[in-house]
Design a protein around this ligand. Sequence first.
Ligand code: HEM
Length: 337
Amino acid sequence: MRTRIAAGRNMVASLALVLLLVICQSAAAQQPSSVNPTNSAVQEDRLLQEFKTIQGRGTIPDVKSYTIEQPAGRDWRHFHEVTLRWIGAIALLGILVVLVAFYLVRGMVRLESGRLGVTIVRFNAAERFVHWMTAICFIVLAISGLNVTFGKRLLLPLMTPEAFTAWSEWAKYAHNYLSFPFTLGVVLIFLMWVGGNIPNRVDLEWLKRGGGIIGHDQPPAERFNAGQKMIYWIVVLGGAAVAVSGYLLIFPFYGTDIETMQAAGMVHGIVAMLFIAAMLAHIYIGTIGMEGAFEAMGQGTVDINWAKEHHSLWLEEERRGAGAGQSRQGPVATPGE
Ligand code: HEM
């Protein structure tokens, strides 16, 4: 009897051992460390390496969606996740470093002859409205666009996923809808100021003499100097490039295929980064970089001495126009308060 009980115990123990071994083996099979190199997922990865594309069949009408992976898609993802971030970081941090260094070395460009206390109209109300409308749209577009490039990396770790989602959703709405007044602003800027922004010989001379910004010279300039003309063409051409590429992205696959969409995304991202860097330089010179410059776009008037130092040919022309009763912008000079 005892031997039978002992045999039964041995059998139960053996069964338990076998069961334990089976459980351990199946658990081990689920561990990533014991990936079977011949299983189907690994073979798919090899197939992808060889054929570069994963494509299947579907039931929805959008045939494009049947392609799940393709080489250009991976290149684009790498561009978006890595290359564009580098371009953006170098362009934006680079210009900030240059501006801070320039400010520390040169300081603010001062009004050498002081203020006369008599002002002249530089930009009328319509011009200022268009400028500020475009500028405000640009700033919102820049911040919301940078969120697409850098937000996941820089902001998400600082906030909850829900807060980041809500912010990104609103930023995206702002980016899409403000694109329309921004584009209108760029078109109006082009039409309003194209006459004064055609490069000529005066600009060469102005550049050769450092524009009064590098050094303390005061080379003659018309209504817009060579530096301002550069900014003007960056706004017009850069604005056109981000608008065209941006609308291709907002309205996907209207006359575009996947390659054109990816190219539009790349053009948009690169131009946007360089555009923001250029505008940072523009904002610098219009604020802390040059005494009296902000007033031109703030109040619309500048001190006569400022006009003499920075736009002497324009001042002469305005005075001639006023003398002949043809001032383009109303009263030319008024005593300051
Ligand atoms: C008409 C004007 C514009 C339109 C229609 C437009 C449209 C778009 C669209 C649809 C996207 C893709 C967003 C996404 O992937 O969810 C985008 C991304 C972006 N936009 Fe704009 N945009 C315009 C102007 C601007 C301006 C003026 C700037 C810069 C100041 C800018 C900067 C960016 C940036 C940095 C991105 C992210 C690029 C990336 O990471 O791939 N955009 N834009």
